[in-house]
Ligand binder design. Structure first.
Ligand code: AMP
Length: 419
């Protein structure tokens, strides 16, 4: 479907053209007409589907065609600063032909520029919950004219413990409003929030059951102590553009990035132990190609939109299928192809079974030819497949709960009954 069919204000067509969008993605096709008509929307969409423009375009259209200027009229609430900046980039790009203004609001940086942007009359606020509540309490962020509220990545906000703050924000905006909520999964608390915050929403489900089809998946079975050597070998042998590597902990992200650096690669890292400035420069370096490899934790990399990620490598298998889908959503975006490699150990068998069930078939196992999988193998215990006394590569690694049918159910990745 072509964007002209949405009857959007002509000033928006410039931005759409500049962004290089030719045809609407399926979520845009489903969401934009309903949102332009003023309907509440619940979108089940993972990142990489074009969901940001699906809510940004209807917002811009409404602000351009109705109501007053120079007061906040649209509020987008999102879990991380990186995501807030990314959404704001899309707003800037698509609103280039208009005089609409937007501001990002999040903690970890000075509040003054944010307060100034609000005072200067920004119409759109893109915010993380904590700082926004501060600025509301101090009277800097005025909620009385908010007409459109977007709750983005609601499941992530729940995971990060933000739902109480989000409920406060929902209470702070006028009851008469349009609300759009996007979430890749719907745990019970998010369902409840949806029931409270939305009115007769149109439900739009996209790409929930499987990761993006443009991604090829491969598992690399490896003993835990050989993960790093195997990773380095993979990096040497694979023709990559930019590679995003996930580890389970901040400590491991730091350690793995140092190992990669020592092997002579240009690498950066993104995790919670880095300052906001370091995170911003890591992201910038990764986006502009200065550091073609970035090692990150799930939280730090949530929702990242980097256009040309060719490979996602899971140094550690994520704890839930949901997290796997989110990680893999960073590659193969918007019809591009990408590869996802996961280093797997005996511990990961249950999660592999879950992933294969979701993907409807076996994921291929790969072995790297010439790589010595027998090097310095830890002594085998006769009692267990992964001997209890066997040395761990990372003694600081927290114990991981075994994936259970409950977590599978919570992730809602199985085919669902109608809601
Ligand atoms: P999102 O799911 O919003 O994170 O978007 C993922 C990527 O798809 C971003 O890099 C967008 O610029 C891109 N994108 C969004 N809509 C379109 C479209 N209609 N055509 C091509 N690319 C798009």
């Amino acid at each position: 479907m072509n964007f002209t069919q949405f009857n959007l204000d002509s000033r928006l067509m410039q931005g759409i053209q500049k962004a290089g969008y030719e045809t609407a993605t399926p979520i845009q096709e489903a969401a934009i007409p309903a949102a332009v008509r003023g309907r509440d929307i619940i979108g089940t969409a993972q990142t990489g589907t074009g969901k940001t423009a699906a809510f940004v375009l209807p917002i811009l259209n409404k602000l351009l065609t109705t109501g007053q200027r120079h007061t906040p009229r649209a509020l987008i609430v999102t879990p991380t600063r990186e995501l807030a900046e990314q959404i704001n980039d899309v707003i800037r790009q698509l609103s280039a032909g208009t005089k609409l203004r937007s501001v990002t609001i999040y903690g970890g940086v000075g509040a003054n520029p944010q307060i100034t942007a609000l005072r200067n009359g920004a119409e759109i606020i893109v915010a993380c919950p904590g700082r926004l509540l501060d600025l509301i309490a101090q009277g800097h962020a005025k909620m009385k004219d908010i007409e459109i509220l977007v709750l983005d990545e609601a499941d992530r906000m729940f995971d990060m413990g933000f739902l109480p703050d989000v409920r406060r924000i929902v209470k702070a905006v006028p009851e008469k409003r349009q609300t759009m909520m996007f979430s890749a999964t719907f745990p019970a608390d998010v369902e409840l929030l949806a029931a409270q915050a939305l009115k007769q929403p149109q439900k739009i489900a996209m790409g929930i059951s499987r990761p993006a089809y443009t991604v090829t998946h491969a598992l690399y079975p490896v003993p835990p102590h050989l993960k790093s050597p195997l990773l380095l070998e993979l990096l040497k042998r694979t023709d990559t553009d930019s590679v995003l590597i996930f580890t389970r902990t901040k400590y491991r992200a730091q350690k793995v990035s140092q190992q990669i650096l020592r092997a002579g690669f240009k690498v950066t890292s993104l995790h919670g132990d880095r300052s906001q400035g370091q995170r911003q420069s890591a992201l910038k370096g990764f986006k502009d190609g200065t550091h073609p490899i970035m090692v990150a934790t799930d939280i730090a990399a949530r929702g990242l939109d980097v256009e040309s990620i060719s490979h996602v490598i899971n140094y550690d298998m994520p704890d839930t299928a949901d997290a796997y889908i989110h990680r893999i959503g960073r590659t193969g975006r918007a019809q591009r192809t990408g590869d996802a490699f996961t280093l797997v150990t005996d511990e990961d068998k249950d999660m592999i079974r879950i992933l294969e069930r979701i993907m409807g078939g076996a994921i291929k196992r790969e072995t790297l030819e010439g790589f010595d999988y027998t090097t310095a193998a830890p002594p085998r215990s006769p009692n267990a497949s992964r001997g209890r006394g066997a040395p761990r590569e990372d003694s600081r690694r927290p114990p991981r709960p075994a994936p259970t049918p409950k977590s599978y159910g919570r992730n809602r990745l199985a085919p669902r009954k109608s809601r």
